[in-house]
Design a protein around this ligand. Structure first.
Ligand SMILES: Cc1cc2nc3c(=O)[nH]c(=O)nc-3n(C[C@H](O)[C@H](O)[C@H](O)COP(=O)(O)OP(=O)(O)OC[C@H]3O[C@@H](n4cnc5c(N)ncnc54)[C@H](O)[C@@H]3O)c2cc1C
Length: 300
């Protein structure tokens, strides 16, 4: 049947691209579905850190290398979101706007999306000062004062990029310390452009046509203050993209798919890898490793 494959992979981030490449190299027929841009979360990261290569590589370079390899080797790539998955005996049936596709093996590699703050002003000023991509928007804030919300790797990596353009970076951190890699922490601590607000959350983003400031609340002292800024960059964690899966695929409290040591979910033949799976360690090196491991586990 034209729409039947040995393996279906959902999501063409680094995990899904790696899984599809690995499976097609083993002589299997593979369909890969992508809802947005191939490459996923790293597509706008100008320089990947912690990925073992001989030279600096950007997210888009890595994604395009893998995508080209998939296409050359015969992976069928469909740029459409998967709307639902159903289990039909041994087969997994994937539904998109254009049709239904079947395979006995399925890898969920639909990753995760950056969370929003959910505070007043954030949505209405998104794209007008509120951003989630320093590499895309940083240059627009040349010489200006910005706020970065979050204290993990992504927040620090993006903040350090913003420091190349902006005059001041205020890091708003919910806890009392950063949870980022030591090299980022040391770089930010040594840079006089950085100011840190600990135990602090953003309560509102203010402005009419563009961002003019934020309201901050110190959760320890229970005080609020206004801080003037023209940009607010939000990196407060990830939410797994798994809402299209049937209820009987077991998930943790965040919605990430729970898997065994072979990356198989509660449904035989349905695997999850990368940022969509519970316990994912979070690095590109993990995405590459898990994409490969899931393909090998699924196809033998
Ligand atoms: C700002 C930022 C910077 C980072 N920098 C680094 C770094 O320098 N080094 C490093 O090692 N790691 C970095 N990371 C972590 C890295 O991005 C992730 O570990 C990795 O990209 C996860 O890949 P993934 O393929 O599992 O998920 P994703 O990248 O989320 O890809 C999932 C893909 O699935 C698609 N999708 C979602 N739902 C559907 C659907 N229903 N149907 C079809 N497709 C769907 C999405 O559009 C997406 O393309 C960074 C992360 C962030 C947020």
């Amino acid at each position: 049947m034209a729409n039947s494959f040995d393996l279906i992979v959902i999501g063409a981030g680094i995990t899904g691209l790696t899984a599809a490449c690995c499976a097609v190299d083993r002589g299997k027929s593979v369909a890969l579905f992508e809802a947005e841009l191939m490459g996923g979360l790293v597509v706008n990261v100008g320089k990947l850190d912690g990925y073992p290569t001989t030279a600096d590589v950007s997210g888009i370079e890595l994604a395009m290398t893998l995508a080209e390899q998939c296409m050359t080797n015969g992976v069928q790539i469909t740029e459409e979101p998967v709307e639902s998955v159903a289990i039909d005996g041994e087969n997994k049936v994937v539904k998109t706007a254009s049709g239904e596709y079947r395979a006995p093996k399925l890898i969920v590699a639909s990753g995760a999306s950056l969370k929003k703050l959910g505070v007043p002003g954030e949505e209405s000023l998104y794209g007008r000062g509120v951003s989630q991509c320093a590499f895309c928007d940083g240059a627009m804030f040349m010489g200006q004062e910005v706020v970065v919300v979050g204290g993990g790797d992504a927040a620090l990596q993006e903040a350090l990029h913003l420091a190349e353009h902006c005059s001041k970076i205020t890091m708003v951190v919910r806890g009392n310390r950063l949870r980022a890699r030591q090299t980022y922490v040391a770089q930010a601590a040594d840079d006089p452009k950085f100011d840190f607000r600990w135990n602090t959350v953003v309560e509102a983003v203010k402005g009419d046509d563009g961002v003019e400031g934020v309201t901050l609340r110190d959760t320890k002292k229970d005080t609020t203050e206004s801080l003037a800024c023209t940009g607010v960059f939000v990196f407060v964690g990830l939410a797994p993209n798994t809402g299209y899966l049937p209820d009987d695929v077991a998930r943790d409290e965040t919605g990430a798919v729970t898997v065994d040591a072979a990356l198989q979910s509660s449904i035989p033949g349905l695997y999850a890898a990368g940022a969509a799976r519970s316990g994912y360690p979070g690095q590109i090196a993990n995405a590459v490793g898990e994409g490969t491991a899931a393909a090998i586990a699924a196809l033998g």
